[in-house]
Design a protein around this ligand. Structure first.
Ligand SMILES: [Zn+2]
Length: 439
């Protein structure tokens, strides 16, 4: 009996299997480790925030690798970076595959970076196996997925898909007061001579490989998550405005204490968001006080809300109620609630989900279908073209953490499935777009 793969050749093409078999585990791993040196921080993580010096170094390294293999790099005006391997039909819309190179301030080595290195490995595997695809295949690096330096996240994919005009974000500043426009200009200038691409060019399909950022695959000893959907997200900022006063002289009944009213609002929100099924995700991740002084009543308390749910009707109802609950909770202060981000629940098209699953089956790889709890650039691409995602397991589900870890074997398996999926999708003529639930 020869290898398992030959038992399944009928369900995917020879070209798909040949490309998957050309994925080079050691080459991919060595690239991931070289990339991880850029912005390396103690504990094994990286600090490679968007449009920083480190981000620029990572982009330059990728372009060097691409040029060395004869692939064609290009960039758009928002810094989204593309690397093209042409296909049989140069006019055909490309299959895009990639993720992001930026990280959280104390991020891991694989969030985003894995999807970009997997994409490069697919391009190389295609070349090594002499497979000619009908459509060009392009690696993409989306600018500022993380949103930690310049908020919000996923800016590059939002601009590409026309959800937001780039002008809206050019004046956003980081903590040092650098504008996004300045950082973007320096990033574009650091790679001179790259051809410029328009936003929103036609795309045949988008496939993003990513670490799971959750514990399910590892717990079930599976190497591949076939991602079916991404739960919806709403971000809010709540600003409670009171008045500062002397902590020693001002009676409590006369205070407009912003922190105390904010705590009342948070308590009311916690009660309202309680979900016995534990599906809803409600997080207050940032809280800022002014003047933030030991012996002063707080004049201002600002906190953020991250709300997620896979059911659009629940997400809408819970999110819409936030403002009223906060207003009702105020005793002496006033409150403003603003929504900063709203991402719809996305169901990936069956044609893409099937292509991923069939590839995993053909390669005899343990897999399961699963939703994504985190949002990704694919959330936005899904509004533009047929899209999908492939997850690989990460140790203990840890992410946004220096201890984030994947194995070289799983990294290679994920890329094999990505490669086979891309070759199969290049043969498909009609792909249905994603279903955007509750658009
Ligand atoms: Zn990511």
């Amino acid at each position: 009996m020869d290898n398992h793969i030959s038992d399944h050749t009928t369900i995917v093409s020879d070209a798909a299997l040949k490309t998957a078999q050309s994925v080079d585990k050691d080459r991919q791993w060595s690239r991931l480790m070289q990339l991880a040196e850029i912005g390396a921080i103690p504990g094994g993580g990286v600090n490679r925030q968007s449009l920083s010096t480190e981000d620029r170094q990572a982009r330059a390294l990728l372009v060097r690798w691409a040029l060395a293999r004869g692939f064609e790099p290009s960039v758009d005006d928002f810094g989204n970076l593309y690397v093209r391997r042409s296909g049989r039909n140069p006019e055909a819309p490309p299959i895009l595959t990639g993720s992001h190179l930026d990280s959280q301030p104390s991020g891991g080595r694989f969030d985003g970076a894995y999807g970009v290195m997997a994409a490069l490995e697919v391009l190389e595997a295609l070349s090594d196996s002499n497979v000619e695809t009908e459509h060009p295949v392009e690696l993409v690096v989306w600018t500022n997925e993380e949103g930690s330096r310049f908020a919000p996240g996923a800016m590059g994919s939002m601009v590409f898909t026309g959800k937001v005009s780039p002008q809206q974000w050019l004046d956003v500043t980081d903590d040092e007061g650098t504008t996004l426009s300045q950082a973007l200009m320096e990033t574009l200038d650091a790679l001179p001579g790259l051809p410029r691409r328009p936003f929103g060019f036609p795309v045949h399909a988008y496939i993003e490989a990513h670490i799971e950022q959750g514990p399910i695959l590892e717990a079930e000893h599976l190497s591949i998550g076939v991602v079916t959907s991404i739960q919806g997200v709403r971000w809010f900022t709540v600003t409670v405005i009171g008045e500062t006063a002397h902590a020693g002289t001002t009676p409590l009944r006369l205070r407009k204490d912003a922190l105390q009213d904010a705590l009342a609002a948070i308590q009311a929100l916690n009660t309202f968001m309680n979900d016995s099924t534990d599906v809803l995700r409600f997080t207050i991740g940032r809280l800022v006080l002014e003047p933030n002084s030991h012996n002063s009543v707080s004049a201002l308390c600002r906190f953020t809300i991250d709300l997620r749910h896979p059911d659009p009707s629940v997400l809408r109802a819970k999110g819409d109620a936030i403002e009223g609950i906060c207003i009702d909770a105020m005793r002496a202060c006033t409150v403003q609630v603003t929504q900063n981000l709203e991402l719809p629940c996305v169901a990936f098209p069956e044609a893409i989900v099937d292509a991923v699953q069939t590839s995993a089956q053909a390669l005899v790889i343990g897999h399961r279908r699963m939703p994504s709890g985190a949002f990704h650039d694919a959330s936005f691409l899904a509004t533009h073209c047929p899209s999908g995602m492939i997850f690989v397991p990460c140790a203990k589900g840890l992410s946004h953490n220096v201890a984030e870890s994947i194995s070289p074997e799983d990294a290679a398996i994920g890329t094999q499935v990505l490669a086979a999926t891309i070759v199969e999708l290049s043969r498909a003529i009609n792909l249905n777009p994603a279903v955007i639930l509750d658009k």
